[in-house]
Design a protein around this ligand. Structure first.
Ligand code: CU
Length: 411
């Protein structure tokens, strides 16, 4: 009997039925409280709130799943259908039945977000993009003092790009008594999330001009392979600029790069790694699964580390999307070209499309840790591993998939 595959196939169905049951129960409760008409509208509005204002895919899952199942549409298309329905629903409700938003605190909040484009629509942009944002204070410099909550030597920049789960702590010093804008702009430049840094309530900063879209280019895909095929190949600076790297930063201004980060202090563990663990990031667009070393989470063995062991994780991104890889429990040190004592600690590392990046890890926390892409729909569709750190004798160490012993790495 082949039980496991059946269970795997039924998982989305079970999840779908649970969510449907939950929404149904909520509708019944609202109907008893406010009557069937209002109850129905409020239940639907609550659903659309989760679709439009949160990065959780589950709000859309209720419609997304049957659309995909019945029509065989790819996820991208079904998501757009779900968004269109959610937006139309609110267009209708705002016009014909605005009073219904007053029913619950969730729908009241939703009404505020929908009716005050500035600044609340930023929430909708952000949740829709699940995304990589470039953040800047036009006219002001920032001093980055922490990355992922870990101290770094201050570095002065004009902007930084960050992924879900990444954090930077920056210090800005306003120069004049006026409102400055905080602008967060996604790579596809579909909009801004804006805020104001001001000395009095009600002051608003200027809305900055949009930058051109950063489209991924062939350079994002082929760079690594081309260099391997022909190490002597001459690359002009223009060849080297992939779409991913095009931040649109004006001449003379500086965008933060991982290479700028230096640990504030002296790293305790400066050992060379004892082995390298390959982490190849890939996906299968037809089945919409995302994988590590060709396997999704449910098919894969954990990555096993011995307590105290020093390893290198070598990420290779074989897909056209950037993945912010996030490890729980321990910080990794970016191999960013700084001396061993100065390698910065991070818990989330962006691996750009078509590129490799390596980090060092001292396995100094015993336990079972989650290790996954922090684009949550990538994690949910397979891009995840368990990392087990155990106190074991060397003889008991099971072989981890695709491991190479020791060795140097080329950057
Ligand atoms: Cu990902």
């Amino acid at each position: 009997m082949k039980l496991p595959p059946v269970i795997t196939r039924n998982k989305p169905l079970i999840k779908f039925l649970l969510l449907l049951g939950f929404l149904g129960a909520y509708f019944l409760y609202l109907s008893m409280e406010y009557g069937a008409g209002t109850g129905g509208v409020v239940a639907a509005l609550s659903w659309s709130f989760f679709v439009l204002c949160t990065p959780i895919a589950d709000g859309g899952f209720l419609l997304d799943f049957p659309i995909r199942l019945l029509l065989g549409l790819p996820m991208m298309i079904s998501e757009i259908v779900v968004w269109t329905i959610a937006i139309s629903l609110n267009g209708w409700a705002l016009h014909y039945s605005p009073g219904d938003y007053d029913t619950t605190s969730l729908t009241r909040l939703f009404h505020t977000i929908l009716t005050q484009p500035y600044p609340y629509w930023g929430i909708i942009f952000l949740s829709g993009l699940g995304t990589f944002l470039s953040l800047r204070f036009p006219g002001l410099k920032m001093s980055v003092v922490q990355a992922d909550g870990q101290n770094v030597e201050p570095v002065t920049i004009d902007e930084f790009r960050f992924a879900p789960a990444e954090t930077y702590d920056v210090i800005v010093t306003p120069k004049e008594d006026k409102a400055y804008t905080i602008a967060a702009e996604p790579m596809d430049r579909t909009g801004f999330a804006l805020g104001s840094l001001a000395t009095a309530e009600g002051m608003k900063g200027e809305i900055p001009a949009q930058r051109p879209r950063a489209l991924l280019s062939m350079a994002d895909m082929d760079m690594e392979q081309m260099m391997k095929d022909d190490p002597d190949m001459e690359m002009t600076p223009a060849d080297m600029i992939s779409g991913w790297a095009k931040t649109g930063t004006p001449e003379g201004q500086k965008a933060l790069s991982y290479a700028d980060l230096r640990y504030a202090g002296v790293q305790k563990d400066q050992r060379e790694p004892q082995r390298t663990i390959d982490v190849r990031l890939g996906g299968n667009m037809e089945r919409y699964i995302w994988t590590i070393n060709g396997k999704k989470f449910s098919e894969a063995e954990p990555i096993r580390l011995k307590y105290g062991e020093r390893v290198r994780l070598k990420f290779t991104n074989e897909s056209m999307m950037a993945h912010p890889m996030h490890l729980h429990g321990m910080f990794v040190q970016l191999e960013n070209g700084q001396p061993a004592a100065k390698l910065p600690n991070k818990h989330t590392v962006i691996v750009p499309p078509g590129q490799s990046y390596s980090v060092l890890l001292t396995a100094d926390e015993v336990g079972e840790w989650a290790f996954h892409c922090h684009l949550l729909y990538h994690m949910a569709s397979g891009m995840m591993r368990q990392v087990v750190v155990a106190k074991l004798d060397a003889a008991d160490m099971p072989a981890t998939e695709t491991t190479t012993q020791g060795g140097h790495h080329a950057h």
